[in-house]
Ligand binder design. Structure first.
Ligand SMILES: NC(=O)c1ccc[n+]([C@@H]2O[C@H](COP(=O)([O-])OP(=O)(O)OC[C@H]3O[C@@H](n4cnc5c(N)ncnc54)[C@H](OP(=O)(O)O)[C@@H]3O)[C@@H](O)[C@H]2O)c1
Length: 366
């Protein structure tokens, strides 16, 4: 079968489509999927580049891809919820990230535990399902729930009456966040940043009235354009979280980030198996960064936290699946044929560098 893979830890320029054996089911909870489309995210490029090298001895060739969509061809003996012939989509990563799972979704066939999969709504193409089901809807849900927790609101609250700021409104995560806060949670005001070329694409790709204000982060001062202290919830998917602090309402606002430095508690929950000295070192370093965050927020009541999306939360997965089935979120994606290896490498490089991509990168196998 064709498989996007690396022979050693590599950047996208060294990715190859290799001819590898079709994997066989050995775990009773797993299913074998004929993959039609796979999504490539930052995490995939990090794993291929060797993010897990301190935690395990990798087996090469390393097959790439944590998420995708396709048709089940075989199920393990313990699987009762899914059957061969069912079209499914999903993402296989959860807390206890190290060593990272390696379903190898960017292959003609992939193995995934049934509990990480949802039936594909018939109205979605496989490419759309791969884009929507790559975990970012669940992450968006978990980010909004964390905001409710941080600000003392009930878990089933809405965002009605609230202003939300989203970085990278046409990025893989940002496009999802914008739609979830508006179309699901009913935010009153949604502001999103994009780079210059994407400004005219926002309404076309996300729908009319989804974003109230588009800010070109490359030419405008974001705080001036949005308004200091005018936002209830900042949803940050860029490394610079501190730069977004002034946007949050100083009394009631919160900044929830997926790309900042996690707290020590989150590190302990997320990382999985780590040797004690390495964990101690990481926790010490993140505590220093968190002192800096606290200093930057001094004199305000703004709350902040990092959220790590967890596909192991089946309730959240099913809730996000309902939004997708109801058409509340649409796919914003860049689609590339797996046979066009130069285009695959070029678009994966954009994912790895976090520059130039549009929506979710999807590789088509069928
Ligand atoms: N914690 C979690 O659970 C979780 C989950 C998924 C991803 N992440 C992390 O979140 C980050 C984003 O992931 P992603 O999947 O959304 O990546 P992505 O789609 O590749 O996002 C990068 C996009 O953001 C835009 N961008 C770059 N700099 C920006 C800035 N300063 N302000 C606004 N937009 C900017 C770029 O568009 P332009 O080139 O047009 O500017 C680029 O296409 C990554 O660091 C990833 O590791 C975390």
């Amino acid at each position: 079968m064709r498989s996007l893979a690396v022979r050693k830890y590599s950047k996208p320029s060294q990715y190859e489509v290799l001819d590898l054996p079709i994997p066989t089911l050995t775990n009773p909870d797993d299913v074998l999927i004929r993959v039609h489309a796979a999504s490539i995210m930052t995490g995939d490029t990090l794993i291929a580049a060797g993010m897990g090298r301190f935690f395990e001895k990798a087996e090469f060739p390393l097959r790439i891809g944590l998420s995708g969509a396709g048709i089940i061809t075989a199920v393990g003996t313990a699987v009762t919820t899914l059957a061969p012939g069912t079209a499914v989509y999903g993402a296989y990563f959860a807390h206890g990230l190290f060593p990272p799972p390696k379903p190898g979704f960017a292959s003609d066939y992939a193995i995934c535990p049934a509990t990480f999969l949802m039936p594909k709504p018939a109205y979605l193409s496989f490419a759309e399902a791969a884009a929507l089901g790559n975990g970012q809807a669940v992450t968006a849900l978990q980010c909004v729930r964390r905001y409710f927790e941080l600000t003392g609101q009930p878990a089933e609250s809405t965002l009605e009456g609230k202003a939300v700021f989203v970085t990278g409104g046409l990025s893989n995560c940002g496009a999802m966040f914008v739609q979830v806060v508006r179309n699901v949670y009913g935010a009153r005001r949604v502001v999103a940043t994009v780079s210059t070329a994407k400004v005219p694409m926002v309404e076309r790709l996300l729908g009319a009235g989804v974003v109230d204000q588009v800010v070109d982060y490359t030419t405008e001062d974001v705080v001036d354009a949005v308004g200091r202290g005018s936002v209830d919830l900042v949803l940050n998917s860029q490394r610079d979280m501190v730069g977004t602090f002034p946007l949050a309402n100083p009394e009631t606002g919160a900044v929830v980030s997926i790309a900042s430095v996690p707290s020590a508690a989150t590190i302990r929950k997320v990382m999985g198996t780590l040797n004690a000295p390495l964990l101690w070192l990481i926790v010490s370093l993140v505590n220093v960064v968190h002192c800096w965050y606290a200093w930057k927020l001094r004199g305000t009541n703004v709350k902040q936290d990092f959220v790590s999306g967890n596909m192991g939360d089946r309730e959240a997965l099913e809730r996000a699946g309902e939004w997708i089935a109801a058409g509340k979120i649409k796919a914003v994606m860049t689609v590339v044929d797996i046979n066009d290896i130069e285009a695959v490498k070029e678009k994966c490089e954009m994912v790895a560098t976090g520059k130039g991509g549009l929506g979710t990168l999807v590789l088509c196998f069928v």
